[in-house]
Design a protein around this ligand. Sequence first.
Ligand code: P6P
Length: 340
Amino acid sequence: MAKQKFMTLGRHIIEGEKLHPHATGELSHLLRDLSLAAKVISLEVNKAGLVDLLGFTGDNNVHGEQVKKLDLFAHNMLIRAMDHGEHLCVMASEEEENIIHISKKHKVGKYVLLFDPLDGSSNIDANVSIGTIFSIYKRISPDNTPGTMEDCLQLGLKQVAAGYVVYGSSTILVYTAGHGVHAFTLDPSFGEFLLSYEDIQIPKKSKIYSINEGNYLYWHKGLKNYIKYLQDEDKNTQRPYSSRYIGSMVADIHRNLLYGGIFMYPADSRNAHGKLRLMYECNPIAYIIEQAGGRASDGKKRILEIQPETLHQRTPIFCGSEEDVLMVEKFMAEEDKVKA
Ligand code: P6P
C-alpha cells in the first residue's frame, strides 16, 4: 500500500464533500461527531478491565441478550455525542427497541443514524477486537418534524454513508460516503484519526473463508457442499482456503476487506433468517463491501435491495470477495434446483 498522505478524518471528509455538489457540510459534522464518540469508546474499551467496565449489567436487551456494561456505555456515549448536533431527525440502536427521538431542545436535522454500539460484545471480557457499526440515511419525512420509523426503514441502497470502528490492537475507523472506502487509524498521542488506507479495494477472489463451522449440521446442503469444495486441494484455485473466524463481525470483515475473504452468517434449520441484523449490521457492511468492489447478498439477492419490515430484523449474509460470494450462491442455487 502506497505511503498515505498525512490527512485527518475531518480533512478527508471535507475533501469528500467537494464531490457532493449539494453538500452542506452537515454530513461532515455528523461524521466528525461520530468520530468523537469513537475516541471516547476506544478509551473505555482499552481500559475496561481496569475500571470495572467488564462483565454484565445484569439486564437483558430487546433481544433477550445479556447486556455488557461496555455495550451500554457505547450506546449512551453515541446518543450523547449525536443528539445535539442538529444534523439528525432520529436515531436507532441495537440496544433500543424503538426509534430514538431527538430531544425537543434541539432543532432536527436532515439525517438518520442507525448503529450497533458495540458489536461482538460477547468477546469483550476476552480482549478480542470488537466494533461499532453505523449507517446514515437522508430523512424521507417532512423537514422540521420529528423523525419516523419510515425514516429508519429505508432500503440499504439509500444509505448516504456507512462505516465501522474496530477496537483492536489499534482503533481504526472505516467509512464510505459513496466515493470509495477509506480507513483511519487513531493516533492516541494526539487523539486524531489519520488516513491509513485510501480507496480500499477488496481482492476479487480470496483464499480465506469465515463462518461458524459449529453450525455445520444445520446448514443448507449447498453450503455444506461449498465448504467441502473450499477444503479440497486444487492449486489453480488456491484451495484449500484458510478458515479464519473471530466471532466478532467487524474484526472478521476488516481482515477480509484488506486481505480478501468471504464472511458468511447463513440461515440454518434453527434460525430461518440467520443471526445478524439487517439495518445496523448487514446494510452498512454491505455498502462498504460493495464500495470496495466486493459483493454482499443473502445467498440470493443483494443485501442492499432487501426491503426492511422491522427495525431489528435479521438476514443471512454472504459478503466479501466478489468471485467467492458468487460461487457460494451458485452452490446453493444448484442444490435448490436438485431439490425442486
Ligand atoms: P456466533 C457477535 O455476537 C455477533 O453479533 C457478530 O459480531 C459475530 O459475527 C457473530 O455474532 C458471531 O456469532 O453464533 O458465530 O457466535
